[in-house]
Design a protein around this ligand. Structure first.
Ligand code: AHR
Length: 632
């Protein structure tokens, strides 16, 4: 029996409880949510040869290509691709890019792009650009011509439109061709399909919709390890991520591949705006993954950088960095309430974090006293001149561990700092978690929700994985995709269910269990010390919306058999007889979703009748249920 005490409104639910965490890992941005199609668009992925680019000289053309720094476009992009055409041939000669594991070709679709080119001859330059079938050289999905004249670098802008009869495929390449012999240099080449909210330099609509459907309250950015970088030179240097993409140098990321930094600071902020959440900004804290760190006066330039970054986000247009944001296209400041100093600084064995944290904390609080400052470790963390307002706890576990940790925050110190669970995941399943992981997640989330007076915010990590071979660095990621399609894992649906059904008050629940004969025997053996206690198999939490009387009861059944529960509602006048039920269930814990079978495990919604102040429910085996009731 679960008895819900609906008149007890002492514990608040944090409105910020469910959020998102993101970083460049598993091709999360390039080849992921960031909709750029061209891979290695500035020819920097490999300094020896133009990776992901091939020569395209038709049946009778003759050409060579190589990388060169002899004709830099600008200081940010010094590498260019040199194409030497000795014979253009009957179909022209050029360069082709095969995208991030393909090009997303769809019917009736407009693609917008540009490239920079420079030629040895200063007359009129005509290029054809196209999206064509990759395998046969026969099918042309879209084609147009662009021209510019004069010496020096020229920007060629174009749009490509596919027809009605084009079938959806990723088996395609993007080609730039010339019909003339000569020497040509190419720099930044970019191509975008339609984006979410039609943002220029924007994000994929399908993945953005998956995120928007989760109704997140915040986005923790830009990492993760990606914030810290391997070295100081490869940290997330936000100033280098602003402005036109051809002015962004990009940098080596922390997960084995370069980042174009097309997902720049402003792009992150607009991402938040588009899915109606606010940024949780993590600032570089003078410590890198290789263990380098700076303290005292040497740290000051990085503190200034963090203050400027905050000003870029919330400063008005009269401030230096607020004005820069306005000139980048966004005069309105963004909302910002939470700033985290670094990432996982418990790995800093030199012990420098106390000092570094205090320096950042004091400087930020002096200028922005309204901000909540988050420390990356230490519940009892207390630094000279600065105390954390909040701490960031990380948990990567298996399902059994999460189930046994569902009560972790139940007896947590209520007088200490508040908690951000800034990274957590049940790591079972690859590339995305299976249903057993979703059960572990759901059990864990009942504990976070029950304690959300202290756990103010939480976000799963990593968020994304490109499912193509060679793209994944970290297994078990919430959302998977290839260039055409995306899907949510069972864990994704658990979070969506939890976040979409949330009140503003935690409802205390008393649970008394009617034990089966076998369970009574087990209890006896446990009491006699002959058996150790097994994990509970039922996890639950309830919240109530005090504004409209909605009650949300979430129950997780991790058992292979149905479990019956009696639900008693106390402390209310009346309850509506009809309610809503949302169930996520799988036949076995190993069931999962995948790019080929994206909807094998999805929530099913139905109506329940006969709800009263005491009613019974049968919980399906291996299931997560949300029961929504209305009570006054
Ligand atoms: O989420 C993957 C990584 O796990 C993050 O980059 C890091 O913060 C943590 O160790």
């Amino acid at each position: 029996t679960l008895t819900l005490h609906l008149d007890d409104t002492t514990r608040n639910v944090s409105p910020m409880l469910y959020g998102l965490m993101t970083e460049e890992i598993n091709y999360a941005y390039d080849g992921g949510i960031y909709a750029e199609i061209i891979r290695n668009r500035s020819f920097k992925d490999n300094d020896k040869y133009p990776e992901h680019w091939t020569l395209n000289s038709g049946v009778d053309g003759q050409a060579t290509m190589s990388l060169t720094t002899e004709e830099p476009l600008n200081d940010a992009n010094k590498m260019a691709l040199k194409l030497t055409v000795t014979k253009a041939g009957s179909s022209g000669a050029g360069i082709a890019n095969s995208g991030y594991w393909g090009i997303p070709v769809r019917p009736n679709t407009e693609y917008k792009g540009f490239f920079y080119a420079k030629s040895s001859d200063s007359g009129m330059h005509l290029f054809s650009v196209s999206i064509e079938n990759d395998s046969t050289n026969l099918g042309v999905y879209a084609m147009t011509k662009v021209s510019e004249s004069g010496p020096g670098w020229k920007k060629y802008e174009f749009s490509l439109k596919t027809g009605n009869d084009v079938r959806e495929t990723s088996d395609a390449k993007f080609i730039i061709r010339t019909m003339n012999a000569g020497t040509f240099y190419f720099s930044t080449c970019s191509l975008f399909p339609p984006t979410f909210n039609n943002r220029p330099n924007g994000n994929r609509p399908d993945i953005m919709q998956l995120l928007a459907d989760m109704k997140p309250s915040f986005l923790r950015l830009p990492g993760g390890n990606f914030l810290e970088g391997g070295k100081f030179s490869t940290r997330y240097d936000w100033k280098k991520t602003l402005g036109p993409i051809e002015d962004r140098p990009g940098h080596m990321g922390t997960w084995g591949y370069r980042s174009s930094d097309g997902m720049g600071l402003l792009d992150y902020l607009q991402w938040c705006e588009d899915i109606h959440c606010e940024p949780l900004l993590a600032v570089f804290a003078g410590y890198t993954l290789e263990g380098d760190h700076l303290e005292g006066p040497l740290l000051e330039p990085f503190i200034d950088e963090a203050l400027e970054e905050i000003e870029y986000i919330i400063g008005d247009v009269h401030s230096k960095w607020g004005a820069k944001r306005a000139s980048d296209g966004h005069p309105e400041p963004f909302p910002l309430h939470f700033v985290e100093i670094g990432n996982e600084d418990f790995f800093d064995h030199s012990g420098s974090y106390k000092q570094r944290f205090a320096q950042f904390y004091n400087a930020i609080k002096e200028k922005y006293p309204q901000l909540t400052i988050i420390s990356t470790f230490g519940k009892d963390f207390d630094v000279p001149g600065g105390k954390a307002d909040m701490i960031d706890d990380h948990f990567y576990r298996n399902a059994a561990d999460f189930e046994s940790s569902a009560t972790f925050y139940d007896n947590y110190d209520r007088k200490g700092p508040k908690v951000l669970v800034g990274e957590w995941a049940t790591r079972e399943g690859s590339p995305t978690p299976n249903f057993n992981a979703a059960l572990g997640d759901a059990a864990w989330l009942t504990g976070l929700e029950r304690n959300s007076d202290i756990v103010l915010m939480s976000c799963y990590a990593p968020l994304f994985v490109n499912v193509n071979k060679g793209a994944m660095q970290w297994e078990s990621d919430l959302i998977g995709y290839n260039v055409l399609n995306s899907y949510g894992s069972p864990s994704y649906y658990v979070q969506k269910m939890f976040s979409n059904h949330l009140g503003n008050k935690v409802v205390p629940i008393d649970a008394d269990t009617v034990l089966t004969q076998q369970e009574q025997l087990n209890e006896k053996e446990i009491a006699e010390g002959r058996k150790s206690r097994t994990l509970p198999t039922l996890f639950f939490v309830a919240t109530r919306d005090s504004k409209n009387g909605n009650v949300f009861l979430k129950i997780v059944n991790t058992k292979s058999v149905e479990q019956k529960v009696k639900i008693k509602l106390e402390g209310i006048g009346k309850v509506q007889a009809k309610g809503k039920l949302v169930v996520l269930h799988a036949a076995t814990p190993l069931e999962t979703n995948s790019i080929k079978n994206p909807t094998d495990v999805i929530p099913v919604q139905s109506e329940i009748k006969g709800v009263s102040k005491s009613f019974d429910r049968n919980l399906p085996p291996y299931s997560v249920s949300v029961i929504q009731l209305k009570a006054d």
